[in-house]
Design a protein around this ligand. Structure first.
Ligand code: ACO
Ligand code: KIV
Ligand code: MG
Length: 552
């Protein structure tokens, strides 16, 4: 008999916090950010970064505006140690940037960590040990008191090593690793014991970083834990509460957002969410989420492609095309109704001409991230007339009237179904040309024409190849278009009824072109469209009528 695998797991218990405040709060300002790309991100890579990649990544983090950067785990080995001590002695670290290193709570490792920072003007030493019941039992085989003792012993070494190097502005960070699966009173107890050793003040606060080392519950539970901790930690004004979420349940960003609402001051994460297992909190997503709420995250993500390219190069991990904000396809609509709404959104945006962004289906202006509007609409078999018209307008400047859009869309749909692939602008233009624009084998091919007469009585005389034979055809009407219609009727015996006509210029100045569109009804009741392009608007209209006649 098959066993139900869910019986292997235990539900995460709720937090007893009936008067929780965070659900009615909003995020109003950015937190202090820390990038752990070069540490938590790096330790999760198949091939950890070498010095060249770490340097390149560090420079990116500085460009993006990170002011706190965890640069590695000095005791891990020579690559890490040398990179960190090289960074300290280089002039790469701007004065307003503090570098941070991580260490287990073991004397030799802490000493090595301080040694790597010798000469730094400002640095954060980050100490951690796990505190949850499972880790206490499985990893350490220790009681609560003994595990608290690991933290206290480490804090003492931190205090003493820092005292030996008074020229560096030291900050301390302590992480009760596995905080999110530990008893809250025990996390507070351990953190308070560390504070007793390191004696933070409001001027020199300690960073208490509260990790969801493995994400095990819904993000509201993490927010409850943060609010509970913030209420119970002594000397709250001497503490910077920091969040460090992972993404095991896919809610690393959500947990950090709710954690900020619950009172946290600082957020740790990685650009594009790299990190152990399913990753760390994605700093790009959480920062740009703020952007869309009208809050400046104080990170510069205006060249998102630079971020993507550098992260990809350094980590050797491709980013998914649907990654929030940064993926290749996140500003692209293939489906008809989305395209229609986006196209209308851009038109409304132009008409309003105010400072607000309101384009359906685009939560953020791609231009704010250095992306163009070109790829916003792409065409395949899921697309509709709005999308096709958008591509033609962007590519060739043609503003097709609504019913012509619908007519042309059927041709594009047929092509998409035939080819079963995305259609690019060249494919769409080729189909437009072959459908509406003149070809030598058409029934009517205009060579040139003259127009004469008085207002309301116009005469059209055209040199036209009719069925391959060069002829002069003429017609009379109250305007040029009706004159051409009459000339065609003289040749074919059938009169087209013009039911709509549109024209517009394409471009400006000497290079401007004109486009004309006619919609006609045939004597047997069919609707046909014609398109004419020319440098001269009158000639474009003649071509449009002949195009319709050819298609009739
Ligand atoms: C949640 C996180 O991301 S934590 C950061 C994890 N990152 C890394 O581990 C990357 C860098 N790590 C390393 O290079 C190595 O693990 C080192 C250099 C730190 C340590 O190496 P080693 O001592 O050879 O091995 P190892 O990591 O297996 O050590 C495990 C021992 O440390 C103990 N330990 C684990 N974490 C801690 C801690 N935070 N504080 C004190 N002791 C710890 C374990 O209980 C175990 O003790 P035991 O040997 O008595 O059973
Ligand atoms: C070292 C700590 C902060 C960590 O990375 C984690 O718990 O995820
Ligand atoms: Mg982590």
């Amino acid at each position: 008999m098959l066993r139900d695998p869910s019986t292997k797991y235990r539900p995460f218990p709720p937090i007893d916090l009936p008067d929780r405040q965070w659900p009615s709060r909003t995020i109003t300002q950015p937190p202090r950010w820390l990038s752990t790309d070069l540490r938590d991100g790096n330790q999760a890579l198949i091939d950890p970064m070498d010095a060249e990649k770490k340097t390149r990544f560090f420079d990116l983090l500085v460009r993006v505006g990170l002011k706190e950067i965890e640069v590695g785990f000095p005791a891990a080995g020579a690559t890490e140690f040398d990179f960190i001590s090289g960074l300290v002695t280089s002039d790469r670290v701007p004065d307003d940037v503090a570098i941070q290193v991580l260490t287990q709570s073991r004397r030799d490792l802490i000493e090595t960590s301080f040694a790597s920072l010798d000469g730094a003007h400002s640095a954060i030493v980050h100490l951690y040990n796990a505190v949850s019941p499972a880790w206490r039992r499985i990893v350490f085989g220790m009681t609560r008191d003994e595990v608290r003792g690991i933290a206290i012993d480490g804090a003492k070494v931190l205090r003493d090593e820092a005292a030996k190097r008074p020229h560096t502005k030291w900050q301390f960070e302590y992480s009760p690793e596995t905080f999110s699966t530990a008893e809250l009173d025990f996390s507070v107890e351990v953190c308070a014991a560390v504070m007793d050793i390191l004696r933070p003040t409001p001027q020199t606060p300690i960073i208490l970083n509260l990790p969801a080392t493995v994400e095990c519950a819904t993000p509201n539970v993490y927010a409850d834990q943060i609010e509970w901790f913030a209420r119970h930690i002594p000397n709250r004004d001497s503490v910077v509460i920091s969040l460090h979420t992972h993404n095991d349940r896919g809610t690393g960003v959500a947990a950090a957002e709710l954690g900020m609402m619950a009172g946290a001051d600082r957020v740790e994460g990685c650009l594009l969410g790299n990190g152990e297992r399913t990753g760390n909190c994605d700093l790009v997503t959480i920062a740009l989420n703020m952007y869309t709420q009208g809050i400046d995250p104080r990170l510069d993500l205006s060249d998102i492609d630079d971020v993507v390219k550098t992260v990809n190069y350094c980590t050797n991990i491709p980013i998914h095309p649907r990654t929030p904000y940064a993926g290749d396809l996140v500003f692209t609509a293939f489906s008809g109704s989305h395209q229609d709404a986006i196209k209308k959104g851009f038109a409304a945006q132009d008409a309003r001409n105010d400072d607000y962004w309101e384009v359906p289906y685009l939560p953020i202006d791609p231009a704010d991230l250095g992306r163009s509007y070109e790829a916003v609409i792409r065409v395949n078999s899921q697309s509709g007339k709005g999308g096709v018209a958008w591509v033609i307008e962007q590519d060739k400047g043609l503003k097709l009237p609504k019913r012509l859009q619908a007519d042309f869309s059927r041709h594009v749909q047929a092509l998409a179904d035939e080819t079963s692939r995305e259609l690019n602008a060249a494919d769409i233009w080729a189909r437009f040309e072959s459908t509406y624009l003149p070809r030598e084998r058409d029934r009517f091919v205009l060579r040139d024409y003259e127009e004469s007469g008085t207002a309301g009585q116009r005469v059209f005389v055209g040199n036209v190849a009719v069925d391959g034979e060069e002829r002069s055809i003429s017609g009379r009407g109250n305007g040029l278009i009706s004159g051409v219609i009459a000339a065609i009727a003289g040749s074919t015996g059938s009169v087209l009824d013009v039911i709509d006509y549109n024209e517009h210029a394409i471009g400006h100045g000497a290079d401007a072109q004109a486009a004309a569109y006619v919609e006609c009804r045939t004597p047997d009741g069919r609707t046909i469209f014609g398109v004419g392009l020319d440098t001269d608007i009158a000639t474009a209209s003649v071509r449009a009528v002949l195009s319709a006649a050819n298609r009739a």
